[in-house]
Design a protein around this ligand. Structure first.
Ligand code: SF4
Ligand code: SF4
Ligand code: SF4
Length: 434
């Protein structure tokens, strides 16, 4: 018998085509070798002499891209911003704010032509990209320089109709908008200086323009969850509909003060390894289940305390001690041309863990004012750093919190030296960036 509360099938959603997957059959020859199609090799960042990693686990084979193929680039147009969000780590900076010069940006556009595996460029960093007066020109120049997807992460306040039209004409592929709330009350309180109504109106106008201009533009929502706004998630589907988003990316807040640490919602997850994928622990595979008054408590119990959970063949648990930036072949360019391996090492900042202050120093394997991006990326220093972080043999400071090494990222009790990644919250899966 049908449950009267059951959601009726939505025919449109049912008929919607799934995202295109690349699927091929390859033939194994007498020597046990097979050839990958060119499209797959390109996605893996694999050319002659490349090394990809083959992982056989849970009866599945996974092929991981070459660590040393630069596939995703973040460019910080400016570290300036028109807002003063509660969640912003810029509150802890001593360094001057600045914007990238067009002369430097033009040089960079020439250099990206030499990166054969580059797939996407994100204009984002610590600052508001639309605060840069030449942001539209930046999008256009990138699209002219290479066949890459261009994305921007914005607070949405400066997205006037005119700017929206120009960004679409320049060829923007995806816009991520920060919505740290689904209601006026929490949004306006967290994102000081912004208005929920205005940002929503701006994004809706952009979408309307994109449709009118027949420009395919994807929209994503970036959401920082904490105690103050976790309840807003109940209304996320309404926000998704209102802005026409196809993705939502949630992150915990970066705890740059003790007060912010108290607002985090992952302290137990960090210490008890909730959702962690621990090898060696028996695997529990769940079927599809109703979520109702009978099942919610037992499911909650499993999710909370058990580490090796699957649904059919899909792992529910999150990887820890693993750096997405390194695995995805990503690098960051700061507004002044300094090249960093990740968001965490782009600017000096303070974080708190278990009430202890940790000052994270930036790390730059190179500077575009001295060398080109391909030279910096292939330098032995940057190559070795990627290998080291991939192995992630750093001390587990996120579950220890027990000594003075935790005060900075200069060394750890395993004997590693600057920069050490053991206390990095990105690597533990609690902070994530679009
Ligand atoms: S919009 Fe972004 S850069 Fe600006 S204050 Fe808010 S969090 Fe910081
Ligand atoms: S360096 Fe070692 S002892 Fe010190 S906090 Fe990290 S894991 Fe604990
Ligand atoms: S583990 Fe953290 S600090 Fe280390 S490279 Fe990755 S994001 Fe940066």
């Amino acid at each position: 018998m049908r449950n009267p509360d059951e959601v009726k099938p939505d025919r449109k959603a049912f008929e919607a085509s799934p995202p295109p997957a690349l699927k091929f059959e390859v033939e194994v020859d007498r020597q046990g070798c097979f050839r990958f199609p060119a499209e797959i090799l390109e996605k893996l960042g694999a050319g002659p002499g490349s090394r990809v990693r083959v992982v056989y686990e849970n009866d599945q084979v996974q092929i991981e891209p070459d660590l040393h193929a630069l596939r995703r680039l973040y460019i910080e147009p400016t570290s300036g911003c028109n807002l003063r969000c509660q969640t912003c780590i810029r509150h802890t900076w001593n360094e001057p704010f600045g914007s990238m010069s067009l002369e430097l940006f033009d040089r960079l556009c020439q250099q990206i032509k030499e990166l054969p595996f580059l797939q996407s460029v994100m204009l984002a960093g610590f600052g508001e990209p639309l605060f840069h007066p030449d942001i539209v020109a930046m999008v256009r120049k990138l699209k002219e320089a290479a066949a890459v997807s261009v994305e921007i992460t914005t607070n949405g306040t400066l997205l006037t109709e005119d700017v929206s039209r120009q960004l679409l004409e320049a060829g923007l592929d995806r816009l991520w908008v920060s919505f740290d709330g689904t209601s006026e009350t929490s949004f306006d309180d967290i994102r000081q200086g912004a208005s929920f109504r205005l940002v929503l109106k701006n994004v809706q106008k952009l979408r309307e323009l994109a449709t009118g201009m027949n420009r395919p533009l994807a929209i994503g929502i970036s959401f920082v969850v904490m105690r103050d706004n976790i309840d807003d998630i109940r209304n996320i589907e309404e926000l998704i509909r209102e802005v026409g988003a196809d993705r939502v990316l949630m992150s915990n807040v970066l705890p740059y003060t003790e007060e912010m640490e108290r607002k985090m919602l992952c302290l137990l997850a960090l210490t008890c390894e909730t959702f962690a994928n621990l090898p060696g622990k028996p695997r529990i595979s769940l079927p599809r289940l109703d979520i109702n008054y009978l099942t919610k408590e037992p499911i909650y119990h499993l999710l909370k305390g058990y580490q090796n959970l699957f649904m059919i063949n899909n792992a529910i648990s999150a990887p820890t001690r693993s750096c997405r930036f390194i695995k995805d072949g990503t690098t960051f360019i700061r507004w002044d041309g300094k090249v960093a391996p990740c968001m965490a090492l782009l600017h000096e900042h303070v974080t708190y863990l278990y009430g202890l202050e940790r000052r994270v120093k930036p790390y730059f394997p190179g500077d575009l004012n001295d060398r080109s991006l391909p030279e910096i990326w292939s330098s032995p220093e940057y190559h070795d750093f990627r290998e080291k972080v991939f192995r992630f043999d750093f001390s587990p400071c996120h579950i220890c919190g027990g000594c003075s090494y935790l005060e900075g990222n200069e060394e750890d009790c395993f004997g590693n030296t600057f920069p050490v990644c053991g206390g990095c919250l990105w690597a533990q899966g609690v902070i994530q960036c679009p």
